[in-house]
Design a protein around this ligand. Structure first.
Ligand SMILES: NC(=O)c1ccc[n+]([C@@H]2O[C@H](COP(=O)([O-])OP(=O)(O)OC[C@H]3O[C@@H](n4cnc5c(N)ncnc54)[C@H](O)[C@@H]3O)[C@@H](O)[C@H]2O)c1
Length: 274
């Protein structure tokens, strides 16, 4: 059964990792997808992959933190697909340090990407999500639209070395719960997923030296291998999740299966933090 037939979705940061798995799963379920990433080649690549698999996708390249980006990505969905039903705020990265080593720049970068950008994108989407809903409700039709914000166990329980990331990821939970209350009457469901340990570039061994570019700067990503092994032993399911396993709960929150779920933070952690 295809769960998103006829829907139009934006997935930020979907050039790799969890976002890519979400974009591909949405497309498999019939959604037309705006694939966004900071890195143009990988965004175009995912859109092409989806097209080759018989789905429909378009790339929208750019940083979610750019002031003009929110209007641009929303316009892309509306111009290409005629509507906007689903928004997934997924783009992000980590810039870790214990508080005494966290500079203002490190702090601000995490707040910008994990909190301010989703806020601005949701605000830009408002006319395309609320106005059609008003018209539909006036005609006695209830059509659900969905916003899913990506948080983290750092945004639920805190995590040493991530004061900046944790603040952004907890902030987005506040946005989620508040908007669920503001927009419930328009049948717009607003939920969050909080991931634990999902195998992506973000959580790969530090020894692999993966880096993310932030403007002029490159940030080192990853977790020391010894800590990765320790973290995995603490997970009740005994392993990290795959990007595909991370995408499944987002499909649920984007689909009609969750029409009566809003303001919720769904832990996708293999049993940790429950
Ligand atoms: N992997 C995990 O274990 C884990 C745990 C908790 C939360 N998360 C969250 O899940 C989301 C996806 O992370 P991932 O693990 O797939 O990482 P990833 O590095 O594999 O993929 C993230 C993608 O987002 C893009 N991106 C980063 N900043 C961007 C920006 N400013 N504008 C547009 N695109 C940008 C990157 O280029 C990258 O392609 C992030 O919000 C992350 O914080 C991941």
């Amino acid at each position: 059964m295809k769960l998103l037939e006829g829907k139009s979705a934006i997935v930020t940061g979907s050039g790799r990792g969890i976002g890519r798995a979400i974009a591909r799963l949405f497309a498999e379920h019939g959604a037309r997808v705006v694939v966004n990433d900071l890195e143009g080649d990988i965004a175009e690549g995912v859109a092409a992959e989806i097209g080759e698999a018989g789905g429909s996708a378009v790339a929208c390249v750019g940083s979610v933190t750019a002031p003009e980006f929110p209007e641009k990505v929303v316009r892309t969905a509306v111009e290409e697909f005629g509507r906007l039903d689903i928004l997934v705020n997924n783009a992000g990265y980590t810039w870790d340090g214990v508080i005494q080593n966290v500079t203002d720049e490190m702090w601000q970068a995490m707040i910008d990407v994990h909190l301010t950008a989703p806020f601005r994108i949701i605000r830009a989407a408002a006319p395309y999500m609320r106005e059609p809903a008003k018209a539909e409700l006036a005609e006695g039709r209830r059509i659900h639209r969905k916003i899913i914000n990506v948080s983290s166990t750092s945004g639920v329980a805190g995590n040493p070395g991530q004061v900046n990331y944790s603040a952004g990821k907890m902030g987005i939970v506040g946005v989620t719960k508040t908007l669920a209350k503001e927009w419930g009457r328009f049948s717009i469901n607003v939920n969050a997923v909080a991931y634990g340990f999902i195998e992506t570039r973000l959580t790969a061994a530090k020894e692999e030296h993966n880096r993310a570019r932030v403007g002029e700067i490159e940030v080192e990503l990853g977790i020391p291998e010894q800590m990765r092994q320790m973290a995995m032993r603490m997970i009740p399911l005994g392993r990290a999740g795959t990007p595909e396993e991370a995408a499944g709960p987002v499909l649920f929150l984007a689909s009609p299966l969750s029409d009566y779920v809003t303001g919720h933070v769904l832990l996708v952690t293999g049993g940790s933090y429950v």
